[in-house]
Design a protein around this ligand. Structure first.
Ligand code: ZN
Length: 317
């Protein structure tokens, strides 16, 4: 079986980059359920003493778009504190890239109402949730982009996941370097719109990375945009991040009897969506399908699967 790997070119030349390095530098747990929309019953943080006195050391932070679209909703931030413990144990920056720096400052969400309007159609509690971390990061420009997505959709956009602290991210099978931990990723869905259609909107509005998932949600992030100085200490004299320094995705074809699957690694959460196409020897499409498992017709001689919009795998049968 011949396998070819390629990944999405963020400039829009989708699936056009052959020869993707298949080194697996991420630890996405296969088969992990996508995260929920309600708080789990066992979400109590054993390290949380209930002491919010550190808000006394808060400093000026991000100024969000706000309901008037004038970036007038300004929040305070608190410096990272090692006493927060393992819940905030970030990995070393991926490949040394500044884009994977550990945030220096966080919003203490206990200092604000979840109903605080940080954009015309979004409130703070849609991005930061206490069971995903008392301290959170949501970069200012990401809320701007999300409002643009909402404007383009023309109706409600459900944000199922915004910020996740490292321990929560791990608990939902998030990739080791998931952008949800850096405050520039959102998992979204729209009730009457397909995940692919929503993905096209994110792409069109400058998202750096878009993936679709088996649950039907779309992950959009802005990982290549300059980090928000409200949350990050940036070194203007430092070296620029290496080009394309980002964790890679992998996927492969796996056969069990007549059925094929495409095990994948490197996605931000859960099982990516899979779009299957089976061809005959003349290159004619014999069958198409979606889902984790696919059985090609008996006459098929070639199989192609697009995994999460990010990886294409093809194999001769
Ligand atoms: Zn996501």
């Amino acid at each position: 079986m011949i396998l070819l790997l390629a990944c999405t070119d963020p400039t829009g030349a989708r699936y056009a980059r052959p020869g993707l390095d298949s080194d697996d530098l991420v630890d996405t747990a296969a088969g992990t359920a996508w995260e929920e929309t309600g708080a789990p019953a066992d979400s109590a943080d054993p390290g949380d003493t209930g002491d919010t006195s550190d808000s006394a050391s808060s400093t000026a932070g991000p100024c969000y778009l706000g309901p008037a679209r004038d970036h007038s909703v300004c929040l305070d931030v608190v410096p990272y504190d090692a006493a927060w413990g393992s819940d905030y144990a970030y990995p070393a920056p991926y490949g040394g890239s500044e884009q994977y720096s550990v945030p220096a400052r966080f919003i203490d969400i206990t200092a604000y109402s979840a109903e605080l309007e940080i954009a015309p159609n979004f409130v703070l509690g849609e991005y930061l949730y206490d069971w995903k971390g008392q301290y959170g990061v949501m970069q200012t420009h990401v809320v701007d982009f999300m409002q643009q997505v909402r404007d383009a959709v023309g109706g409600p956009v459900a944000v199922n996941s915004g910020y996740r602290n490292p321990s929560y991210n791990a608990s939902v099978g998030g990739a080791e370097y998931s952008r949800h931990m850096y405050g520039d990723a959102c998992d979204i869905d729209v009730s009457d719109m397909s995940a692919d259609a929503l993905a096209e909107i994110c792409d069109g509005l400058g998202a750096d990375y878009v993936a679709t998932y088996d649950t039907g949600h779309t992950h959009c992030d802005w990982r290549d945009h300059p980090l928000d100085p409200a949350f990050y200490d940036l070194d203007p004299a430092g070296p620029p991040p290496p080009p394309a320094a980002r964790p890679v995705h992998t996927a492969r074809l796996s056969r069990a009897g007549e059925a094929f699957t495409a095990p994948a690694t490197g996605f931000d959460e859960g099982e990516p969506a899979r779009r299957w196409t089976a061809y005959d020897a003349d290159g004619t499409v014999l069958a198409e399908g979606e889902g984790v498992r696919f059985v090609p017709p008996a006459r098929a001689t070639r199989l192609r699967v697009v995994v999460g919009r990010q990886v294409v795998v093809e194999g001769e049968l």
